[in-house]
Design a protein. Sequence first.
Lengths: 507, 129, 446
Amino acid sequence: MSIKKVTQHPSQNEALIFERSQTGRIGYTLPRPDIEEKSPEQILPQELLRDDDLAGLPEVSEVDIVRHFTRMSTWNYSIDLGMYPLGSCTMKYNSRLNEKAARIEGFAALHPLAPESESQGALELIHRLQEALAEITGLPGVSLQPAAGAQGEMTGVMLIRAFLNKRDGAEAAGRRVILIPDNAHGTNPASAAMAGFTVKTIKSTPEGLTDLEHLHRLCNEGGIAGLMLTNPNTVGIFETNIREICQIIHNAGGLVYMDGANMNALVGVARPGDMGVDVIHLNLHKTFSTPHGGGGPGCGPCCCTAELAEFLPVPRIEREESRFRLNFDYPDSIGRVKAFYGNFGMMIRALAYIYTHGPEGLREATETAVLNARYVSEKLKDTYHRPFDSDCMHEAIFSHKYQKSRGVTTLDIAKRLIDYGFHPPTIYFPLVIDGAMLIEPTESVGRADLDAFIEAMKDIDAESRENPQVVIDAPHSTRIGRLDEAAAARKPVLRWKPGLESLSKSA
Amino acid sequence: MPNIPENLRYSKDHEWVEVNGDIATIGITDYAQSSLGDVVYVDLPRAGDKFDAHEAFGSVESVKAVSEVFTPVGGQVTEVNEGLNDAPETVNTDPYGSAWFIKLKMDNPGEADGLLSAEEYEEYLSSME
Amino acid sequence: MRYIPNSPEERAGMLAEIGLSEPAELFRSIPADLRLNRPLSIIGPLAETEVLSEMNAMAGRNTAVTKPSFLGGGVYAHYSPTIVDHLIQRSEFFTSYTPYQPEISQGTLQYIFEFQTLICQLTGMEVANASMYDGSTAMAEAYLMAQRVTQRNKIIVADSVHPQYRQVAETYTQHGDAEIFTARHNPKSGRLEEITGLDSETAAVVVQSPNFFGCIEDLAKISEAAHSAGAMLIVVVTEALSLGILKPPGAFGADIVVGEGQSFGIPMSFGGPHVGLFATQEKFIRQMPGRLCGIAYDKSGRRGFVLTLSTREQHIRREKATSNICTNQGLIALAATIYMETLGRKGLREVAGRNLQNAAFAIERISAIEGYSIPHKSPTFNEFVVRGPRPAAEILETLRLEFGILGGIALSDFYPDRPNDFLVCTTELNTRSQIESLGAALHQIS
């Protein structure tokens, strides 16, 4: 197999581990066995054993592994490098103290089925986090079992269904409609469908808010189980009428679920429970800084009113005087959503985050997050089309309307930002704005970096006028350019096999 | 400027229909393929499946979007364009020719007359801007 | 606050520039009576030393970690090479985002591609996704996928599948059309011998191997039965290390393999975060949940990797998506990838072999103790059921209090008709002297 080097630098040419593999290399050492060795063939019948000798699995040394992954890591942008203005993702600083806490042996080495009396510390930690989140959201019923936001959503919507079933009995079958705004995140309708609901879409006003008129009309059509709402919404604006919205839904006999993805605009400032919301999910990997890790893990706790608490997943973690226990005795619970208790490792990190900030720090973080976004919003409003004039909260939305007429789209602008050293913002979401750019700096950015970002955006706009091709062909400075995703989707190659073409396509 | 052949009929969902006796050949318009972007996959029904007018009979996928495709007329599928499995990109390059999706035996041969003419479709596209 | 690079002075300057005079004005769109006029009632701010003090105090009360342990049941204590945890802490891996911008995420995308490949190799399947939350949710998603593919609704699941996994699958499917039937295992063999209720309405037969009792199922027989009814075979693997030695589910014709990858160097961490595995055959790709990473080339022909087939997913398909999953278990998948590559072809087999050996040694010792027996006749990997002379809960409590050993899991916690049975797990970390001490203690207790 011939490897065509792209450049001379070894870290740019790091191939797949299978292509690095050399027979006979090993990367591990095990202690000598202290019992008499028996081969698998002596213990198990032949027909149960592998006969492929694990062919294809790599054989590499420890050094190979370290170099392999270190080199690959250099191809990634990361929060430690700079701002990640991804709207709706809240890419804030991932504290190393939190990592240290999560790795304490008494946490990391604890088996989930160890007896309760030998796991009191873990149960206490979960309980403390439950209480903190209850205080932050104003909703007393908390389950930390869901593994991520989407699971938290599914849990929340299932809580609504369980509540309605109990309250309305057979008539609950007539309440199967969930209302979702047109700018909602895709997980919302997907989660509603998993709970057996159908979805009706609510329009937004020209100001970017939920259209109360339309909401009324939809409620009058009947069969309302509830509403799924994000607040601030996905265009970054606070739904000022939130209390009225909740009342309309409650009057229609339904419940209000809030997608807590945008909690970073509210912590310490306002509480969903006070707004009339019945259930919310939080994203610990957003608001509470647990690391994104290239796509997870997350933790998506569900917080609800006292009325909904009996339906929360089991087991619940509860305190009885000075002891903490697992309580499975909730006959109306929606059941388990995950084995064991949830992503405990992320709970440690989130609690450490909350303790480190305290009430003042949390408030300061929220204020700074909103200020940073509002600042960007004001500074770019004359350069990029800003669909709404209402105050943005922790994220600012723009579109490519001005640049599009010159042949430059949001995608091009995003790719060109990479050349300026920034990760692009969230693009093409929400779908209701054509060519949306959703910018969420978070509180983890200082003024100088914000100004540099603003300047880069202005420069790109200038380029779109003076030299549009440089934007359209961006990025120019990365190890690889824009990839042909269409070809990748037509003929997907989703794994390595011997004989796979290496590094570059032959001419 | 999207291509709109004169001899075809059109729906507001951007499908085209070519009528030959009681057989309707159906595909998606140039405007539709250009809005979708590079097509990567087409999901088609089987011969023998029946659909009412305006019912979704399949879908078209690009990298970042998926759209349902609706039949402008009711009927039973007689033939499906298997070639689209291997070469979905023909939807972009030849939407009115080799990238037809299905052939339908119409329940009501006159139904196609109620669809838009090329001129009406062109007007409809302009009104959407 | 040290995590906020914007000083109060800088912020005051920014406020002034945008025409505001104090931070409270930022929230003018929130009705005044909804704004909190008191600080939150929570502890803090705490300095690093204080945070660690709180954490260490709680961790110190998890006394289980100080005792020799034979706990299994879906989560396993295995050795993890030092470099695994070291490499995943590189900023570029753990503080990076989902690789939606492939040009600046090739590090993440390449390891996902390697992970997918390794899972295919180990399970004997054609395609694997970038991970699910854990084994239990992966199994639930497999049920939903089988329904989509077969257009049938009946799922038959062996009761030797992990009880918590079955509970999760029930939660996931309770509002859909799935009808779940439980097939009983044979109490003598410990395996599923008969698939009651298998018929032309069955979407899938679901078995775990090695199962919750540690027994290796007869996948050849089950596969044949399922397929002749036109049903899919879903195999669950909770102890991923068993794949180092055992013939993989793919070799028996499994249609979907789901499992838990925690054994690949992931800390037990009281149950999470772990990593769900999901693999299937290529013909089912478009019905598969989860993220998929594929090869793509740029204009100059350079090879790269990209998330692909996204049209299955929630952000595009919305309510018709194959799943609502978005964030998965990326960093844990990286850790598992590093583990699998570090141990590699020889190591995975060798470690699996140690597990098997230690269990064989333990079985030999324990079955020789009067009053104790091994009730199941089937071959096992690293877990096995022991039947004691008295209720297992009592035996285990005595082991814990008097001998300081966590001897296993009482089956009566999950199977009320098995009061004297408990599940013992031995991994490569259990030493000879620990196993001998367990034997001696059990002998004394009888």
